[in-house]
Ligand binder design. Sequence first.
Ligand code: NAD
Length: 337
Amino acid sequence: MRVAVFSTKPYDRRFLEAANEKHGHELEFFAAEFNANTAPLAADFPAVCIFVNDNADAKALEIIASRGTKLLALRSAGFNHVDLQKAADLGLTVLRVPAYSPYAVAEHAVGLILTLNRKIHRAYNRVREGNFALEGLMGFDIHDRTVGVIGTGKIGQIFGNLMQGFGCQILAYDLYPNAEYAASGAKYVDLPELFANSDIISLHCPLTPETYHIINDWAIEQMKHGVMLINTSRGALVNTEAVIAGLKSGKIGYLGLDVYEQEENLFFEDLSTEIIQDDVFQRLLTFPNVIVTGHQAFFTEEAVRNICETTLSNVSDFEQGITSKNEVKAPQKAAAK
Ligand code: NAD
């Protein structure tokens, strides 16, 4: 099948080409992001393949559907960047990669916690400048701390297990609590209880209208003074202005972000010689107790290989008319969400 593959970096191309050896699709790579302006590049491609910060809004979908596209293949688990209702109306099938390596994201979240706590980012710079002073580098034992996990799906559960390995108690919150996970020692509580009792809070739920800005002024107000907040899920779960206020007051003692609400203007590009215009983002970077990584939590060899293999299997299934369990439908048409 001819596939227009957007937002491709050299590593995407390498892994997609390797995975394609057993599928034999005709892949055309575009470095450009997918949006309404670039959608005409996909004219006459029956399949379009996009990544997390592409924008498959109504206008972009109308353009590709009018030029013959039938399949939108997502190289991601999340689908908040796709207008699913419009896709359904246009008869476009949307397939995603529901799981590729939940370990990658969970392990990155733990990496952010360890780095923030023991100030490894600051120690790294100090030692390179011949400064071996310890003042300002004191951390805390993670052992015996309480960790709040919001969203106990694949990634949230693995993250919780890793933190249990450190000797932490797990407080969990999910719209659909998982009895098996509860049996492993995690305690499901409501959000106010999780906020009030957690030393570390990590977000692992999807971005939906219900979870948009789930971390807001009210939520921060409920939290322990000096709480550590980790977001490796989606940027808009967090109201950035609210966390900046929380950091200034000391209510938030540590902040680790792999995602940011306006990240599509920044992440995945080398902007090191540009003037960054996003003042809110730049303010975040001024805090010594904030670490931001550029949406790299997924970025392990295993995960990228799995993403590419599942994406091309999805394309093959579609081509062969096989109904895929990886199809994403507009909420009102989904049997279960
Ligand atoms: P998953 O579907 O297995 O789990 C998500 C969990 O969130 C489910 O248990 C679901 O019931 C729960 N949930 C849904 N709505 C909720 C709500 N309103 N409140 C509380 N919980 C709710 O997904 P996953 O594979 O564990 O991925 C979790 C998220 O991680 C994804 O949605 C994606 O946004 C993010 N992610 C980030 C990266 C990265 O590189 N940073 C990579 C992959 C996934």
